[in-house]
Design a protein around this ligand. Structure first.
Ligand code: NAP
Length: 304
């Protein structure tokens, strides 16, 4: 369904929005923002990946600086904190396109402490930064159905709330600090475990020559079903691992989770084990497929 940035009196408010990082998620968010009637300026390190957005009306520019110059709010959707820093502060970075009222909102999944430091660096340039990590992939971003977890200054959040409500079907404001990223890490911990649990369950029933569809049908009749077991699992048993979120990116998030847990003095034994498994899978060449391809890795290690 087409959504718009509704103002308090119910009118659609067209906004000048920028996106830096038009990978799988950034591209889908951008397509939806365009469909909602906004003006969109985009930059991606690999220009090729801006083609679809350009064909739908986005303005493609040559630097993060130019995105900032053209936008009221710049949404960052890049791989990790190193990339966030580069596009923010390096030559031709966002801060060089500063103008009054510019706000930055980081949707990338990164370490909460790193995010806080990045927010402080933006503040030195008198630029407001929000954190807006999301749950849901490109397939739901395309219709504005992400779940948005936001943190940062409340007044800045309120100013752009309508944009976040266009991007997501649920928007949770969590507080002033980079707390949204802490919650996001706890979310991705669920994703890592669910994909593993499903993969091991499927592998176990297959070993007894039981059709994994029966396993899924029974699982999905119980309290223990999940969105993943009801949807993606059927692709998994058909060996369909087209990426909506790569195993490599989940591996990156698991490393962030374990580092963050360690720095907070928390022992999380399961995610440490999961880290080893996803790292082995990536080393064996499964990094570019969907994270649910962890099933293909488990199949592989059982063949040898
Ligand atoms: N896909 C999902 O379901 C999902 C859901 C929630 C959150 N996320 C998070 O959103 C972010 C993007 O995910 P994605 O799925 O869109 O990944 P992706 O398709 O792999 O895209 C990664 C993006 O980051 C850019 N990038 C990487 N390193 C860079 C650098 N050093 N400088 C500038 N740009 C750099 C890439 O540019 P190039 O094209 O030039 O490589 C690309 O635009 C990640 O933090 C991910 O964890 C993803």
């Amino acid at each position: 369904m087409k959504k718009e940035n509704k103002s308090q009196n119910g009118e659609n408010q067209i906004m000048n929005i920028g996106i830096i990082g038009t990978g799988m998620l950034g591209n889908a968010v951008g397509l939806h923002l365009l469909e909602a009637g906004n003006n969109l300026t985009v930059y991606n390190r690999t220009r090729e990946k801006t083609k679809e957005l350009e064909s739908k009306g986005a303005k493609v520019v040559d630097s993060p600086k130019q995105v900032a110059e053209n936008s009221e709010i710049v949404i960052i959707v890049v791989k990790d904190s190193k990339a966030v820093r580069q596009i923010s502060f390096d030559n031709n970075g966002i801060v060089f396109g500063k103008h009054d009222g510019l706000t930055v909102a980081d949707m990338s999944t990164i370490d909460p402490s790193e995010s806080e430091k990045i927010t402080e660096e933006f503040e030195k340039f008198k630029i407001n930064k929000l954190d807006i990590p999301v749950m849901g992939g490109p397939n739901v971003a395309i219709s504005g159905d992400l779940v948005v977890m936001a943190s940062g200054h409340k007044s800045t959040f309120e100013k752009f709330k309508k944009v976040f409500e266009t991007i997501g079907n649920r928007v949770f404001y969590l507080g002033e600090k980079s707390i949204a990223h802490s919650v996001k890490l706890a979310m991705n911990l669920q994703i890592a475990m669910l994909a593993l649990a499903l993969s091991e369950g499927i592998t176990l029933v297959r070993a007894s020559n039981i059709d994994p569809k029966i396993f899924l049908e029974i699982l999905n009749s119980t309290y223990f079903k999940t969105g993943m077991s009801e949807k993606k699992a059927y692709k998994m048993i058909d060996d369909k691992f087209d990426a909506t979120f790569t195993l490599e990116n989940l591996k990156k998030d698991i490393a962030t989770i374990t580092d963050y847990a360690k720095s907070n003095g928390v022992n999380l034994p399961m995610i440490k084990k999961a880290q080893e498994i996803y790292e082995n899978a990536s080393d064996m060449g499964f990094g570019k497929i969907d994270y649910t391809g962890i099933l293909a890795y488990i199949k592989k290690i059982n063949e040898s």
